[in-house]
Design a protein around this ligand. Structure first.
Ligand SMILES: *[C@@H]1O[C@H](CO)[C@@H](O)[C@H](O)[C@H]1NC(C)=O
Ligand SMILES: *[C@@H]1O[C@H](CO)[C@@H](O)[C@H](O)[C@H]1NC(C)=O
Ligand SMILES: *[C@@H]1O[C@H](CO)[C@@H](O)[C@H](O)[C@H]1NC(C)=O
Ligand SMILES: *[C@@H]1O[C@H](CO)[C@@H](O)[C@H](O)[C@H]1NC(C)=O
Ligand SMILES: *[C@@H]1O[C@H](CO)[C@@H](O)[C@H](O)[C@H]1NC(C)=O
Ligand SMILES: *[C@@H]1O[C@H](CO)[C@@H](O)[C@H](O)[C@H]1NC(C)=O
Ligand SMILES: *[C@@H]1O[C@H](CO)[C@@H](O)[C@H](O)[C@H]1NC(C)=O
Length: 350
């Protein structure tokens, strides 16, 4: 017994000693992982392609590239996994092909760079580990490239607030985890690809912004089976049915369909419980407002104005939050807060 104890004690002492040695040795370990020479070369090529702007003043071989501004390394591999260039009105040029030489990149963000112009270069298709691609608030133009659909690891694509033209490529339906798409505020035309989000696992939450373009055609019927949480299709030229977005038990929280040419009946549509914003104003929606709206405890904004709806405005619940401006310019909506009183049988006045 005593012997074991002694042995254990000496083992403990040895461990303690080792710990002290390790702690003392710690300052020799670099704070950041070693920078990979290929990544350093790629970053210097990016810097040079953009004319060595002041923005990259910290990008000097005097310090390891993992310490440079706007980049992040993976702590284990030391490879650059994130490039985040943000807010610089002086940064001028096109998206450098050299970015594609950061072969381990997972997150590429080029945001608020108003002098960044030209197309989205095809070289980016080589970034086979890219998960998040954001190019927003720039002067980048040309198409939303079809090759983005080949980036199978993509989860988020934000190309909002640019000058992109053409149609949404059908290939964006391909990446199996791509569940966040923001193409708002461009000059896109044509239909929404029918298969968009069809490869996603059914429980995947989807966030979509397509507002302020000139998209036409109908909303994909298959979205009835897509788990939309946030959908903004406002200010386009979409037509037809949107009722597939709604329904009992869906995850929907935010829905803005305003300023399109949608035409479907709202009667019998069930609005999911978690909805807090619902703007369907400026369309050609018919039918009546579902009475169940009054039961939506989260509802902050509700706007059905400028449609072709009829019948009584629901009362009770939170409905007193919404004024006449949320209902006006319909065919024959009636009841408070509108001045038109409801009759037993609502007749259409001419
Ligand atoms: C790397 O390590 C630093 C410091 O230990 C930590 O702050 C940072 O979050 C880590 N980065 C990653 C990508 O894990
Ligand atoms: C942009 O250029 C102006 C004029 O040269 C300079 O004053 C300013 O600091 C620059 N801004 C950045 C973010 O580099
Ligand atoms: C990418 O790296 C390769 C090999 O190091 C090099 O030949 C090529 O010029 C680089 N591309 C760019 C655009 O810098
Ligand atoms: C665009 O998408 C991003 C997700 O990256 C989101 O956070 C942002 O609010 C969106 N912008 C607009 C204007 O909808
Ligand atoms: C949208 O497209 C239609 C034709 O498809 C065109 O007549 C209209 O001018 C466009 N609107 C805008 C704002 O570009
Ligand atoms: C609203 O909720 C109440 C209480 O849960 C319920 O009795 C009523 O049937 C609901 N109304 C509608 C239109 O769903
Ligand atoms: C509802 O939409 C109409 C038409 O766009 C607008 O005038 C009104 O201010 C909106 N009201 C709310 C509360 O959003």
């Amino acid at each position: 017994m005593m012997y074991v104890h002694k042995k254990m004690r000496s083992l403990l002492l040895l461990q303690l000693l080792l710990l002290v040695v390790v702690v003392v040795a710690e300052p020799d370990k670099p704070d950041s992982p070693q920078c990979h020479p290929d990544d350093e070369a790629a970053l210097l090529a990016i810097d040079s392609a953009l004319g060595n702007p002041y923005h990259f003043a910290s990008w000097s071989s005097d310090t390891p590239c993992c310490d440079w501004y706007d980049v992040r390394c993976d702590n284990d591999s030391g490879r650059i996994i994130s490039l985040y260039v943000f807010q610089d009105a002086n940064l001028t040029g096109t998206i450098p092909d050299a970015i594609a030489n950061l072969t381990h990149l997972r997150d590429l963000t080029l945001h608020h760079l108003p002098q960044l112009s030209g197309d989205i270069p095809e070289s980016l298709a080589a970034l086979s580990e890219l998960s998040q691609l954001t190019i927003s608030w720039t002067a980048v133009s040309g198409p939303v490239p079809s090759f983005l659909g080949a980036l199978t690891t993509l989860t988020l694509l934000d190309l909002s607030f640019n000058a992109l033209t053409g149609t949404i490529p059908a290939s964006l339906a391909e990446p199996p985890y791509l569940s966040g798409i923001n193409l708002s505020r461009n000059r896109l035309v044509g239909p929404i690809p029918a298969a968009l989000f069809s490869k996603l696992a059914p429980q995947e939450d989807v966030y979509l912004w397509l507002s302020h373009n000139n998209l036409s055609g109908s909303i994909p019927a298959a979205w009835a089976a897509v788990n939309m949480v946030h959908v903004d299709l406002s200010r386009n030229a979409l037509t037809g049915d949107a009722s597939m977005l709604f329904g009992r038990g869906k995850a929907l929280q935010y829905v803005d369909l305003s300023r399109n040419a949608l035409s479907f009946s709202m009667s019998g549509v069930e609005i999911p419980e978690q909805v807090y914003v619902m703007d369907v104003s400026h369309n050609g929606i018919t039918g009546s407002i579902p009475a169940q709206v009054a039961n939506l405890t989260n509802l902050q904004l509700f706007n059905v104005s400028y449609n072709k709806m009829c019948g009584a405005v629901p009362t009770g619940g939170n409905m007193d939050r919404f004024d006449a401006y949320c209902y006006r310019h319909n065919k024959c909506l009636c009841g408070a807060p509108l001045s038109a009183t409801c009759r037993r049988y609502t007749t259409i006045k001419t």
